[in-house]
Design a protein around this ligand. Structure first.
Ligand SMILES: C[S@@+](CC[C@H](N)C(=O)[O-])C[C@H]1O[C@@H](n2cnc3c(N)ncnc32)[C@H](O)[C@@H]1O
Length: 285
């Protein structure tokens, strides 16, 4: 028998001025994401969609659930997944990938031994780190050079997104963005789904990480920090603070690859803008 939905769960409850203030402040204080007043409706409908699943009828009742100790933290992660935008694709901004390809090719040409490390900062559901790994794996195979290794560390604040990334199953529709030279690294499961092969999966390590808490992170040095399409959600001041903090994670000569639309110009001590077509990248001197 069809379940009758209570009328209270059909109509969006009122989102009063103080509700907007409360929820947007919580989001900003926990993950640094700013929701401007113009996007109040986005905040309201995303919270409401989660409330409906739980059959909670008022924003104030749901607030108590989210703020309630350990169970509240679990619920917060569910909500956060709805409030963050996970849009991504394989090889999303090709010029940024070309820049990394170019840098790794130089390493393969020049060095006898190297452990080349990349950090995909907000990896969403995994397409970005797997694209990087496929590209590096293919280059390494072409050079047939012993002693050169690579690894991709991939992080995101959203646990549900990371769980999809870890499983590494994707819709066939996503194949359109993958160059056929990389098809050797995927397995077709059926007409609708493909999986990333183990040889690529094992080069990528996933972990939960909140960019807003970057200063609490122990320092690990990377050759490439690939930070794309995430800074856009932060305030201007927070963006600069994050960028300054990311420097600590680069080897000298390491490159920070940003998305050209995430920030305007950024000037920082010891960081030189790289002139590489249609990219926004900086090298640590
Ligand atoms: C639009 S996706 C970008 C994914 C990928 N980098 C790309 O360019 O295709 C933005 C990702 O940033 C993550 N994110 C949002 N706030 C974050 C934070 N404070 N710390 C880490 N990741 C965050 C979201 O969960 C989401 O997966």
């Amino acid at each position: 028998m069809e379940k009758k939905i209570s009328e209270d769960l059909i109509f969006l409850p009122d989102f009063k001025e103080f509700e907007y203030e409360k929820w947007s402040t919580l989001l900003e204080s926990r993950v640094g994401i700013t929701v401007p007043k113009e996007r109040e409706a986005f905040l309201q409908t995303k919270i409401w969609s989660r409330m409906r699943e739980l059959r909670v009828k008022s924003f104030s009742d749901y607030w108590l659930i989210v703020k309630n100790g350990i169970t509240g933290n679990i619920e917060w992660n569910e909500l956060l997944d709805r409030l963050t935008v996970h849009e991504t694709s394989f090889f999303r901004h090709m010029p940024s990938y070309d820049l990394v390809k170019n840098d790794f090719t130089k390493v393969l040409n020049k060095k006898r031994k190297c452990h080349y490390k990349i950090w995909s900062v907000s990896c969403s559901t995994g397409e970005e780190p797997y694209s990087l790994a496929m590209m590096l794996q293919s280059l390494k195979a072409k050079f047939k050079k012993e002693g050169i290794y690579y690894g991709v560390t991939a992080t995101d604040v959203s646990k549900p997104a990371l769980s999809i990334a870890n499983n590494a199953f994707y819709s066939e529709l996503k194949l359109d963005n993958i160059n056929s030279e990389y098809y050797q690294y995927i397995n077709r499961i059926n007409n609708n789904i493909f999986a990333i092969k183990t040889e690529i999966k094992k080069r990528v390590a996933f972990g939960v990480f909140n960019l807003f808490k970057i200063n609490e992170m122990p320092t690990i040095k990377f050759d490439i920090i690939f930070c794309q399409n995430v800074l856009i959600y932060f305030s201007k001041e927070k963006k600069i603070e994050i960028l300054e903090s990311l420097k600590r994670f680069l080897h000298v000569g390491g490159i920070l690859v940003l998305s050209p639309t995430d920030i305007g110009q950024w000037k920082s001590e010891n960081m030189t803008r790289i002139d590489y077509r249609r990219t926004l990248a900086y090298k640590l001197n």
